[in-house]
Design a protein around this ligand. Structure first.
Ligand SMILES: *Cc1c(COP(=O)(O)O)cnc(C)c1O
Length: 402
């Protein structure tokens, strides 16, 4: 018998916070002949997607669909609304916020960074204070992440809106909701967001390669005077073509088939049920972490992410080596760690097409892998997670019966 099998048996546990496992129904929807992107069948598909995606962002305004990953939609948000040398206020919640800030610099903007220790989401009070200092109203945009995927912190966007209004500041509010859209409640219109940036491969359960800009009237007005160069990312041509069901260039046709299926699935489950499921699985994960005696990277319990949990390993244990070992032994992928914490934590993604059974499996593997890696953990993490899931399900059943 061979010592090591090179074939991983069973299904892979893709527990990274995006890309997330793509449901068979989405894959089947994409497995269809490519159609003419200027034909009538395409226009029907495009209109279905363009209308459907509005219900996910909770907006009545148009949403731009880019054939690009989330990073492209970051660029779309900035270049369509701002001009060279514009000041923007950004918040260092973690790795993704830092990357968006770097992009702003490369584009010739002047970002001001509210720094942090990566163990919190954005603080509305700090944003309000910075805006109050800006007497000349030179800051043109406030850019925050709804969910910081690198650390597991969810920022309350309604409170950020309130902070901007309390300061009486006219800056645009731009929000990255790439790893929270279709997993956590998100309200583009109600929260007064000017540009919301979304992506396909997280809560929307699609492969990577599609991203979004949801746009307010104020952002559309800013677009008219914005001077940063833009061509592929330009909203105006896209909006004009979308009106009749087409795109200025060949869009990812198969991705649109997948998007239509994903949106249907989200509405069949019911968005509120989708959000409750993510909350439940996230809390179960945190119960397991606590029972193991490990520490959550995010120290702010009021800002725990419903989609990803970052778990610190004790001093002297290499999280990257742990991930590599778990992958080899148990066919599971975890998210990596970044910045000052590189090698110190790993992340469990619990978003997208994932149910209680998937999570229990992933947590079981994790408990096993931690023991085998000689990380000093207490047993009973999976039991704690299941106890919580049992209580959450019976509470929900009781509520439904009332
Ligand atoms: C995944 C992610 C991105 C980057 O998106 P890509 O699709 O990798 O380009 C940006 N922001 C957040 C919050 C993310 O989770």
């Amino acid at each position: 018998m061979a010592k090591n099998s090179s074939r991983p048996v069973g299904r892979h546990f893709l527990q990274i916070p995006g890309p997330t496992p793509v449901p068979d129904r989405v894959l089947r929807a994409m497995d269809t002949p490519v159609i003419d992107h200027r034909g009538p069948e395409f226009a029907k598909l495009a209109k279905r997607c363009l209308e459907g995606i509005k219900t996910i962002f909770k907006t009545t305004n148009p949403v731009i669909i880019y054939t690009a990953t989330g990073t492209g939609a970051w660029e779309g948000a900035l270049v369509n609304t701002l001009s060279p040398g514009d000041r923007v206020l950004m918040v260092e919640t973690g790795q993704f916020a830092s990357l968006w800030k770097k992009m702003a610099e490369k584009l010739g903007l002047k970002p001001e960074f509210i720094t942090s220790d990566w163990r919190n989401g954005a603080d509305p009070k700090a944003i309000e204070a910075k805006l109050r200092e800006d007497k000349g109203k030179e800051i043109k945009a406030v850019c925050v992440l709804h969910n910081e995927t690198s650390t597991g912190a969810l920022t309350p966007i309604a409170e950020i809106r309130k902070a901007i209004d309390a300061a009486g500041h006219p800056a645009l509010l731009m929000v990255d909701t790439i790893s929270s859209l279709a997993s956590a409640d998100y309200r583009h219109d109600e929260w007064g967001v000017d540009v919301s940036v979304g992506g396909a491969q997280k809560g929307l359960m699609m492969p990577p390669g599609m991203s979004f800009n949801a746009i307010s009237d104020k952002a559309l007005a800013a677009n008219k005077t914005s001077k940063l160069p833009k061509s592929f990312w330009a909203w105006d041509e896209m909006l004009a073509m979308n009106k009749v069901g087409f795109f200025p260039y060949t869009p990812g046709t198969q991705m649109l088939h997948g998007l239509a299926a994903g949106i249907d699935m989200l509405h069949e489950e019911g968005l509120d049920n989708v959000f409750a499921r993510h909350e439940r699985l996230a809390e179960a994960t945190r119960r397991a972490v606590k029972a193991w005696g490990l520490e959550n990277l995010n120290k702010n319990a009021s800002q725990y992410s419903p989609t990803i949990t970052a778990i610190l390993l004790p001093e002297g244990h290499d999280a990257d080596a742990f991930r590599a070992q778990a992958l080899e032994r148990f066919n599971i992928s975890y998210g990596a760690s970044f910045g000052a914490y590189a090698g110190k934590y790993f992340r469990i993604g619990h978003l997208g097409d994932i149910n209680d059974g998937t999570l229990i499996g992933a947590l079981g593997i994790t408990e096993l892998a931690l023991q085998l890696a000689n990380v000093p953990v207490k047993k009973g993490g999976v039991q704690a997670a299941m106890d919580y899931l049992a209580s959450a399900h019976s509470a929900a059943a009781k509520q439904a019966a009332e």
